[in-house]
Design a protein around this ligand. Structure first.
Ligand SMILES: [Ca+2]
Ligand SMILES: [Ca+2]
Ligand SMILES: [Ca+2]
Length: 641
């Protein structure tokens, strides 16, 4: 019995530690050098292509509506569900240039392509969950009709660890035709399991290089994302600065031929001469522009040079020689806005920061600030802001899908550095803080006894392990999870924590829950109850509340469900004071009369009559054990038995 318990404990601790390790160090995914093609028959397309422009010689989609309709028709031609908007680019073999890099394969736009000549052609993306796949849609690029760059042989693989790749589908150049900007779709038997990483692979390309503009998998979501992939290493250009725009600013009602008259109209003083770095962190400070039309061109005092890009968002982060406040802005259209309408920024902001982490929106606007005319300045003034060392221009969209702007002139003066407060998070970061907020003492020793089913690796035992990175997550209702305490307690409070992604997936909080206490694990009394309002939709946050009980040795969490159809929380911790076992016949059998001090507790043996003997370990022990345990130590301790 002891031997089994020790083994079960160690195995469980390891199971609990592995996801910790993943969370602690973001996974860096290495591109494989070479893949073996699967021995599948080449995938046939559905028999036709779906062009995004009615004129096949055109190198731009006709309109966003036509582009969306083409993708929809492609998916309908194979009767599958196109998975759009779920990809984060991880890594790829190099494109011909920055704007033809790997991220273009997953951005939902055929006007951006992944094109290069570095073989093999490998491109990896992470999806926002695990998906089972049953089809693939790919699109040719803007000039495929002129250059045969369709891959002669290719395959797509799936993975959940970035190391082991399972083949998903295989094809050759018969999947495509030599067309511009056209979607092709093919269906295959659904994969048996779900994947959150996909890799496109081709070791050959076409006659004159390699290019495709879009890859959209088809299938169904079957689980949550579990990998913390190191995107920071992978993505070479600027990260998104998230902002909530205020009321859009209007220009002052006029337009100007030169910067000087525009500045004069708002009585503004340009501070652009005090910019010391035109792209903070090199490529991290800007999203790519077309060759010679990069983000730095926004700030060069010359409206014959422009920043032109099809990336979203367009971002340009600059550094000043000191902290400056802003009280006005002047911007100029570029050389050919009149012949290319819809390129003015339609959701733009100027943001300020002193740490490159916390950003304040200083002014924002839309494309009504401009007209579709060439080489024309517009101006607006506003109240002086606090001082910032860094400014960012960011634009989220344009009417045409292509962005261009010739100049951004910041107006202002030196000012004291402003403090940008990080938004306050609800609840508490740690169980200790939550427990302290209600002035109680945490009960730290829990042994999981039994519960209702959870998703794979997301079972009821995760409520009691002291780790918010492990959660109880399920769509099977009602929910229950029982644990035995490491002694007898009178409970006076409860603390519960949300999980890793409640902020992203709302409606998973328990809609009607109770916490019950018991002396014998059979007869239960409710000691606390509530609904989702006990929590907030935030990640990894603890919330505290009242509870009250007589002396108990068991605790049970129950809930009827969650409004989204999927429930999750990560932790339940009771507070209370240790007490003697009640003097009743039943309790005398319990091996819990002599309680070790909490610091000494490593394992609480399951009650003798509990035949399950499963999942026995303690809250509060994980951190201590994770510091000392190692795989070698595990092997050694296993050998001794
Ligand atoms: Ca694209
Ligand atoms: Ca310029
Ligand atoms: Ca947990």
């Amino acid at each position: 019995m002891k031997k089994f318990l020790a083994f079960a404990l160690t195995a469980l601790l390891l199971a609990a530690l592995i996801p910790n390790a993943v969370f602690a160090d973001a996974l860096k995914i290495e591109k494989p050098e070479e893949m073996e093609y699967p021995t599948f028959n080449p995938l046939e397309n559905s028999g036709e292509g779906f062009p995004t422009n009615s004129d096949p010689t055109k190198t731009e989609p006709e309109s966003p509506e036509v582009e969306a309709a083409a993708l929809k028709s492609a998916a309908e031609s194979i009767g599958k569900n196109a998975l759009t908007g779920v990809y984060s680019f991880v890594d790829a073999s190099a494109g011909y240039n920055e704007q033809e890099g790997g991220a273009s394969l997953w951005d939902g736009a055929v006007r951006t392509k992944w094109a290069g000549n570095e073989m093999p052609f490998i491109n990896i993306a992470q999806l926002d969950g695990k998906y089972a796949f049953d089809g693939i849609i790919m699109a040719t690029a803007n000039d495929t009709a002129s250059y045969d760059r369709n891959p002669m042989e290719w395959a797509v693989y799936g993975s959940n660890d970035g190391t082991t790749w399972d083949p998903i589908c295989y094809g050759d150049d018969s999947f495509f035709e030599l067309t511009n900007l056209t979607y092709y779709a093919g269906a295959f038997d659904a994969t048996e399991k779900g994947y959150e990483l996909v890799m496109f692979y081709s070791d050959i390309g076409g006659v004159s290089g390699f290019q495709i503009s879009e890859l959209v998998m088809c299938g169904e979501r079957v689980g949550d994302s579990e990998l913390d992939v190191n995107m920071d290493e992978a993505n070479k250009w600027a990260d998104l600065i998230e902002f909530t725009p205020g009321d859009p600013i209007a220009n002052n009602g006029a337009s100007y031929e030169d910067e000087e008259s525009a500045l004069k109209s708002i009585n503004g003083t340009s501070i652009n001469g005090s910019i010391t770095n035109f792209s903070v962190g090199d490529d991290k400070g800007k999203t790519p522009g077309f060759a010679g039309e990069e983000a730095e061109k926004l700030w060069d005092g010359d409206n014959t040079t422009k920043y032109c890009s099809t990336y979203v968002p367009e971002t340009s982060i600059i550094e000043m020689d000191d902290t400056y406040g802003l009280n006005g802005i002047v911007m100029s259209t570029a050389n050919d806005n009149s012949s290319n309408p819809g390129r003015n920024p339609s959701n733009w902001a100027i943001l300020g920061s002193n740490d490159l982490e916390n950003w304040a929106v200083l002014v924002n606007g839309n494309d009504s600030f401009f007209e579709d005319v060439d080489y024309t300045y517009y101006a607006a003034s506003f109240d002086m802001t606090g001082g910032y060392k860094y400014f960012a221009f960011e634009n989220m969209s344009t009417q045409s899908g292509t962005f261009q702007l010739a100049e951004v002139v910041l107006c202002g003066a030196k000012a004291e550095a402003a403090v940008v407060e990080a938004p306050a998070l609800p609840g508490f970061e740690t169980a200790d803080e939550a427990v302290a907020s209600i002035g109680k003492t945490a009960i730290t020793g829990y042994t999981f006894v039994e519960g209702s089913n959870g998703n794979g690796g997301e079972g009821p035992e995760n409520l009691w392990d002291g780790d918010t990175a492990t959660k109880f997550c399920t769509g099977e209702f009602p929910i229950s999870s029982v644990a035995q305490l490491d002694g007898w307690y009178k409970v006076d409070g409860i603390v519960m924590a949300t999980a890793n992604d409640n902020a992203e997936y709302n409606g998973r909080l328990p809609s009607a829950w109770t916490v019950s206490g018991s002396a014998d694990g059979e007869n239960w009394t409710v000691i606390a109850s509530g609904d989702e309002s006990f929590f907030e939709e935030a990640n990894f946050r603890y919330f505290a509340g009242d509870a009250s009980s007589d002396a108990i040795n068991y605790v049970k969490f129950e809930s009827e469900g969650a409004s989204s159809g999927c429930f999750q929380i990560s932790e339940l911790v009771l507070t209370g004071t240790k007490t003697d076992a009640p003097v009743v016949e039943k309790a005398a059998e319990e091996p819990a009369a002599e309680e070790p001090a909490v610091e000494d507790v490593v394992v609480t043996e399951a009650p003798a009559e509990d035949e399950k003997s499963a999942n026995t370990f303690d809250f509060g022990v994980i951190a201590a054990v994770s510091a000392v345990i190692s795989l070698a130590g595990f092997a050694a301790s296993k050998k001794q038995h």
